[in-house]
Design a protein around this ligand. Structure first.
Ligand SMILES: Cc1cc2nc3c(=O)[nH]c(=O)nc-3n(C[C@H](O)[C@H](O)[C@H](O)COP(=O)(O)OP(=O)(O)OC[C@H]3O[C@@H](n4cnc5c(N)ncnc54)[C@H](O)[C@@H]3O)c2cc1C
Length: 362
């Protein structure tokens, strides 16, 4: 019998299972589909919240800590799996003009390098292919990205190498609670016992845990398109009015993303395709000459203000919730996983855990 069952094989569940295994715990991860097939695959991989100054300190605290953890994490994953997660120091250019004051205050609070640029020559030295009408920007040179399908592949390779137990295509139907403590889960006709169960079911987490606890995690669909360009054509992540482009190292450029509260529906639409293309081309006109290779949608685990739940569930000993990372699961993941691991192991936590509890002011 494993010491801990993790439900959900997205980045949050996979990173949690790996961290607990490395800490010496016997873990079993259960995933309904293939590992990493949902939001974690569909995302953009920017290692920063978009407009971080709009978020609470609890989100920024995780983001800052994760940014420090990422370089070593991707190195370890590469050693374990042979997969390069394509961690790039692309920097982020924000071309909206009205949030300078808040952005500078945020940069000061978190000691971030953020420059206000007001001349076209400097902007072009940072990103030569930006549209002619962009004359001002906020520039954050230290923002990184990873290629999220590669993170999934690397984590899967790490599971094989470290012999972390997992089962794909295994739907958890129930969490079993007896006399105020978790004792395991039910899958098909089988009961799997464990003294600790971690719910890391992304957008499905509220449904999984609803018999014992109400939480406000709901699916928020994000559609994305990918242009097929050549290496180095576009260099920087560019953000404007909630839409962004992300250049990958092989020349592909992602443009995203929509925010749609339409339940568990992952269909893509022609309207979103046209809107995402138009915004991307308005930022970088050369994208208009490139073919769109692919369009997809993913379901973010949405919470009202983006603060994830990282906690033991009140009244049920051994049951933990690790979900609700909304638009920021890739950037918040490593820090969030560290806190979850410390809670499960009963260790001192690296930060105050109170903001991430159920019933904290989310
Ligand atoms: C378009 C888009 C762009 C994004 N861009 C970024 C970005 O640039 N930066 C960033 O930091 N974040 C980004 N995100 C957000 C990020 O992808 C998510 O926050 C993160 O992937 C959430 O990870 P997760 O493991 O909680 O959820 P998921 O990846 O959805 O994983 C949850 C898993 O649980 C499984 N599961 C559910 N119920 C059960 C069950 N009963 N039994 C077994 N398994 C179950 C599911 O099948 C799923 O695989 C983006 C998301 C989208 C959609």
């Amino acid at each position: 019998m494993p010491e801990c069952i993790v439900i959900g094989g997205g980045v949050i569940g996979m990173m949690t299972a790996r961290a607990l295994h490395l800490a010496g715990m016997e873990v079993l991860l259960l995933e309904r589909g293939p590992l990493g097939g949902e939001s974690s695959w569909a995302g953009g991989g920017i290692i920063s919240p978009l407009y971080p100054w709009r978020y609470q300190d609890s989100v920024n605290r995780f983001a800052q800590h994760s940014k420090r953890l990422y370089p070593d994490l991707v190195d370890s994953l590469q050693d374990e799996s042979g997969v390069d997660c394509e961690l790039l120091h692309s920097g982020l250019l924000v071309v909206d003009q009205d949030e300078q004051g808040a952005a500078l205050a945020w940069a000061n609070q978190w000691s971030e390098n953020l420059q206000c640029i007001a001349d076209r020559k400097t902007i072009l030295s940072i990103e030569p292919v930006l549209a002619d009408n962009i004359e001002q920007a906020l520039w954050m040179p230290d923002i990184m990205q990873v290629r999220n399908p590669k993170i999934i592949k690397a984590l899967k390779g790490s599971f094989e190498r470290l012999q972390i137990a997992y089962r794909e295509h295994t739907l958890v139907q129930d969490i079993i609670v007896q006399a105020g403590r978790v004792t395991g889960v039910r899958v098909a006709d089988e009961i799997l016992g464990a003294d600790r169960v971690i719910v890391a079911g992304g957008a499905w987490s509220a449904g999984l845990i609803k018999a014992v606890q109400q939480v406000d995690v709901e699916p928020v669909k994000g559609q994305m398109v990918m242009f097929k360009g050549g290496p180095g054509m576009v260099k920087r992540i560019v953000l404007s009015e909630g839409h962004y482009i992300i250049p990958r190292s092989d020349g592909r450029v992602l443009a995203g993303s929509t925010l749609e509260r339409v339940g568990f529906d992952k269909t893509t639409s022609g309207n979103a395709l046209e809107a995402l293309k138009a915004t991307a081309v308005s930022l970088v006109p050369l994208l208009g000459s490139l073919p769109v290779e692919r369009q997809w949608a993913g379901l973010r685990p949405g919470t009202e203000n983006g603060v994830p739940y990282v906690c033991e569930v009140d009244e049920v000993a051994g049951l933990y919730l690790h979900a609700g990372h909304y638009r920021n699961g890739i950037v918040l993941g490593p820090a969030s996983v560290q806190l979850m691991t410390e809670l499960v192991l009963g260790k001192a936590t690296f930060c105050d855990a109170a903001p991430y509890k159920v019933n904290a002011l989310h």
